[in-house]
Write a protein that binds this ligand. Structure first.
Ligand code: FAD
Length: 733
């Protein structure tokens, strides 16, 4: 086989989908740096654009108007997205540590993680109701606190602690939204309110505050209690809820690192946006502090730095000279003043009104639009090759890659993984493992799933385990042990170690929960990476496909839709929003094990699991073997996130085959009902880590559903009933 693709060996990690890093990702939607694996880590599936926050609080914008869809931005830039929180940096060894993932080693790192609201000078009592304006990713969710309070109290008083631009904009936005149900007071310890705007703009803002019946007090608040706040002169002000808009504070794991920091704990960066003491670490936005110029922290500054970052970071990786970031001295301020009005402030110029808001809206919407995608990706990226190691060069020069037993992982990478993986349940590098058998029957199954490119490989490892576990559960067994064969991408060095570590740790995470033993493993490299799991189970119950009984209820343990939703996501479908994508991943990560155990408690039978052939094919097998007909009622809750419009528009490549092999066994009782005929597409949708199909006697219905809900927080999906055999295996009502 000719080597077409250049193996990836260097790893660029972006932490935080802030205003600068998203520009690096956008750049990667148009460029392919051969030899580079890019990873984005962000604690959330959306990134909010700060300029539009006031409009969002005011309810003028919808959430999707002001947020960037991170999974799609990553998909289009061929970047792996890891949804997690970074908790530690080892910048000496180039490692990043997370809350819920194995550590990652990087070649270059870009930090754009924003900041936190400064609370170190405030004494906040436990029962005080507060909303921190930073991180902005949390601000939006918290506005609901005010809405709930107003619903309860009808009228509330709200304090905004801090009189900077953010505090003023929040006050106007809240007033526009909650009108006469809210009394707002801004507390500022600066005499001139906001120091970065001219006196004419200030006058206008002060006038608008009065007009809107909002107070501005020159006072330094030092403590926040349940019902009041107190300033340093011991004056008390009654308040129901307080916004903390007192400036920016750094993050603890940044402060605890050995990066050079300024006196407030922000990373000192040079004009190339590099850390002073670690040149492979770039920092931008609120978390960074220019070591040659003092500038206020703002979204605009982060955006400007992003324009330079997206050039410098790749120049660094290409070994080229970097260029300097030149911060501007004067900024255009467009400050929202509520009801679609804004004040424009530029040097000594000040204009206000609805036209200014329109201008602000135009600029902001244009920015957000740059990060949205319509239709499938085009494959016309400009290719730029990173400097490659001699080892990789030699491999490319060979033109042929060994396809036989040589197509495996380097022994060094494998040993390095095995030595630090701490896995107690397998013997290092043994060729096989001994497994003690009980006198029960041994069940065996094998399953393979192809890697969904650019998916978090740790999540994929977990999904692969759960997908295989289904086969064992549906045969009435418990997983005892398993062997794994990993098909890893043809990568080298750090990139190869990353995939190995993440695939394996994902598998081991689920096997630890399942208390199963990893018996043996094998690796190979491939253009089509994936995971094969061969599982052994001990038979606990005698279940088989001929055990469905007349009048038994038919349940699924979770919704369907992996096939068409993955296809819609790959085509940048609007309906697969970040929250839908999150539901899709979470759905695949739901283990069926407990559902299986609960069904056993109610004499239920896990008759099969729904996998690549789709619901219809699996159910037909059961009906034919049990000599029955399944009478189904399809509901939209059968579909992940109830995405009916995407179901209508998209389908997996396996859909047609699935449909063809099952359609002759299905009768639609009400052909004319469009809803049903649209919904029926789900019968042929292939599932990865799909649900179990369980049958339960009608007498056990309530108890089974209640116990299931107690554990899973949703009810099992009742899809129909087995009946006396009729002409068709499945009837749809
Ligand atoms: C209400 C309001 C209005 C504002 N309006 C404006 C305005 O009109 N114009 C303007 O210029 N500025 C404005 N600002 C200021 C602006 O919010 C910040 O300066 C700006 O958001 C900083 O951007 P950033 O790119 O540094 O980080 P952010 O935009 O805050 O992005 C940081 C990202 O990092 C992620 N993250 C953080 N910690 C971790 C972690 N440990 N692990 C993984 N991910 C992590 C977060 O989830 C987030 O996605 C406003 C601020 C507020 C509060």
């Amino acid at each position: 086989m000719n080597i077409q693709k250049i193996p990836k060996s260097q790893v660029l990690v972006l932490i935080g989908a802030g205003h600068a890093n998203i520009q690096v990702l956008k750049h990667l939607t148009m460029r392919n740096y051969e030899g580079l694996q890019t990873i984005l880590i962000n604690n959330g599936y959306s990134s909010l654009y700060s300029g539009m926050m006031p409009g969002l609080i005011e309810n003028y914008y919808k959430f999707e108007d002001v947020s960037i869809d991170i999974p799609k931005l990553c998909k289009n830039s061929e970047t792996i997205f890891i949804n997690d929180e970074v908790i530690k940096l080892d910048e000496k060894k180039n490692y990043i540590y997370f809350k819920n993932h194995p550590p990652i080693k990087y070649t270059a790192l870009s930090l754009n993680v924003g900041s936190r609201s400064k609370t170190n000078k405030l004494n906040i009592s436990k029962d005080a109701k507060i909303i921190k304006v930073k991180p902005i990713s949390n601000l939006h969710n918290q506005i609901i606190l005010i809405e709930n309070l107003i619903k309860k109290e009808k009228f509330i008083s709200c304090s905004i602690i801090g009189g900077g631009v953010a505090g003023i904009e929040i006050a106007f936005a809240l007033k526009s939204r909650f009108k006469n149900n809210i009394k707002l007071t801004i507390f500022s310890n600066q005499k001139n309110l906001e120091k970065n705007i001219n006196s004419r703009s200030l006058k206008k803002i002060l006038k608008l505050l009065v007009k809107n019946n909002m107070d501005l007090l020159n006072s330094e608040i030092i403590s926040i209690k349940d019902k009041y706040i107190e300033d340093k002169d011991k004056n008390k002000y009654p308040t129901n809820i307080s916004f903390i808009s007192t400036g920016a504070m750094s993050l603890s794991w940044v402060v605890n690192s050995s990066l050079n920091l300024d006196q407030d704990g922000f990373i000192k960066i040079n004009s190339y946006l590099q850390s002073e003491n670690y040149k492979n670490i770039f920092a931008t936005g609120d978390i960074a502090s220019l070591n040659y110029a003092k500038r206020p922290k703002s979204g605009v500054m982060a955006v400007r730095q992003g324009e330079q970052l997206k050039k410098n970071i790749f120049k660094f990786l290409l070994g080229k000279n970097l260029s300097s970031f030149k911060p501007q001295s004067h900024w255009l301020y467009l400050i929202g003043t509520g009801n679609q009005n804004a004040v424009l402030n530029w040097r000594n110029i000040s204009i206000n009104g609805n036209l200014v808001w329109r201008l602000k809206e135009l600029i902001d919407r244009r920015f957000i639009k740059k990060f949205s995608f319509n239709g499938p990706m085009t494959n016309s990226k400009k290719k730029i090759r990173l400097p490659l190691s001699i080892k990789v060069q030699n491999q490319i020069n060979l033109k042929m890659r060994c396809e036989g037993c040589g197509s495996k992982l380097s022994k060094n990478n494998l040993l390095s993984y095995l030595n630090h993986s701490n896995s107690k349940n397998f013997e290092i590098l043994s060729d096989s493992a001994s497994i003690s058998l009980s006198d029960k029957k041994l069940m065996q199954s094998i399953d393979h799933i192809k890697y969904f490119s650019d998916m978090d490989p740790y999540v994929f490892g977990r999904i692969a385990y759960l997908h295989s576990q289904n086969d064992i559960l549906s045969s009435g067994s418990k997983v005892n042990s398993f062997s794994v064969s990993l098909g890893l991408p043809h990568h080298e060095d750090l990139a190869q170690k990353f995939y190995l570590e993440f695939f394996m740790q994902g598998i081991i995470y689920e096997s630890n929960i399942d208390k199963s033993l990893l018996a043996s493993g094998h690796t190979y490299t491939s253009d089509e990476p994936g995971i094969t799991l061969n599982m052994n189970g001990t038979k606990i119950l005698d279940t088989s496909k001929d055990q469905a009984r007349e009048n038994d209820l038919i349940y699924l343990t979770k919704p369907l839709g992996v096939g068409f939703l993955m296809s819609a996501f790959a085509n940048n479908a609007k309906g697969v929003s970040p929250s839908v994508y999150k539901k899709l991943l979470n759905n695949m990560l739901i283990s069926n094990k407990k559902a299986y155990e609960i069904s056993n408690n109610y004499k239920g039978k896990a008759l099969t699991d729904i996998s690549g052939f789709g619901l219809a094919a699996h159910l037909i097998d059961i009906c034919l073997n049990s000599n029955l007909t399944a009478n189904l009622i399809l509901n939209k809750n059968l579909i992940i996130a109830e995405c009916l419009s995407e179901l209508k528009l998209f389908q997996s490549s396996a859909y047609e085959d699935n449909r063809e092999s099952s359609i002759n066994h299905i009768k639609m009782m009400s052909e004319k009902n469009l809803n049903i005929s649209n919904l029926s597409k789900i019968l042929f949708d292939p599932q990865t880590s799909g649900p179990l199909l369980i049958s339960i006697n009608n007498d056990q219905k309530e108890e089974f559903e209640n116990e299931f809900e107690k554990y899973y927080s949703f009810r099992p999906l009742l899809i129909g009933k087995f009946q006396t055999k009729k002409e068709f295996a499945i009837e749809i009502n």
